[in-house]
Design a binder for this molecule. Sequence first.
Ligand code: PLP
Length: 429
Amino acid sequence: MNASLSPVMHRVLDASLPLAEAGEGVWIADASGRRWLDASGGAAVSCLGHNHPRVLEAIRDQAGRLAYAHSGFFANAPSEALAEKLLARAPETFRGGAVLFLGSGSEAMEAAIKLARQYWLEVGEPGRDRFVARDMAYHGNTLGALALGGHPSRRAPYAPLLMDVARAPAAFAHRLARAGETETAYAARAAAGLQAALDANGPGRTAAFAAETVSGASLGAAPAPAGYFARIREICDADGALFIADEVMCGMGRCGTYFAFEQEGVAPDLIVIAKGLGAGFMPVSAVLVSGRVAGAMRAGSARLANGHTYMSHALACAGALAVLETIEAEDLLARVTPLGAHLDAALRDLLGEDRNVGDIRGRGLFRAVELVADRDTGAPFPASDGLADRVRAEGMAGGLICYPSPGAEWIEPDGTPARCGDHLLLAPA
Ligand code: PLP
């Protein structure tokens, strides 16, 4: 099929894509039977692989009874059960909390922004209308989420449409730690950048700070240095700002715990999850709202200001519930850390000496390989090379799906623009 004739608007408008016909485990096949190994679960989505029978059965069962009833008129059992399960997995501060179900990661980030804003209106602090997010972050493509994002070329076309967000530095030791700086010292310095951004907003002005717990497409499976998030939590508390953990990519067990922040010893105020929640079976995302925030909304206006037609979609929630039940029934969480260590060792064995591999990093089954022109200097290939796209194409030609992203960009303290190498994300089932 020639994509130039395709009525579907794909990401690439001048090339054709194979038609995916069937999925089985880690494989995707076209009609001719040609197969691709899905090493990244698409974009870190398919945490159970394709066509898991238990999830398919739950979806069939729910579809046979009720796919959708508008949430303004009805509750439904799958979303109630899923919310209960998710809150039971969340930190203690989420007792008495609530879960908002939506369709995509961007929608959920957008909702988190609005929930934070609504919270401050409910508690009588309307002056808190500013947000802080990090350089190089990726939080989605809708306008609010994109405004939180810190990737210059993704933002550029829409810059005039984006709200002004104060910037904190990324926590990316691989590129931003100074020579000889300890992990602890770097963590403290990176976290101090949040304080500076809050100060720039002014006292009592910041509604929330948003961060990916383990940076995904933005930095390539990059965990923060130890101690960073603990300090972030303290800084947010001292200012009063809420902390939004964007776990769209790194949550739902991908990093070895249900939520990646569990490994940081902190509890956010709002938790955003998406990809692994529906695991590709259903487009579904969620914002978990802490007891404090949900309680203030219930005691205040008792209305959600930000409703969507498909929120709490019964079929989508039934699929996600089955995903969660499968993770529990098959004890999959226990497998993530050892399998992740195995993958890491295999990658190092295979690529560790490659002159074009600048770094191999990640946590759990969330790994990235950074590609550079020169491993000694870390110099990336020029952005104009479009290396990420070329690697995707070569991978596909060879039967492999790994998720490529262009290298993160930032401005050095002396004002010069900098980039790190493009990376390939591996996020197997
Ligand atoms: N937040 C993070 C950390 C993501 O990685 C993504 C997508 O990759 C999003 C938000 C946006 O999710 P979606 O593409 O489902 O809108």
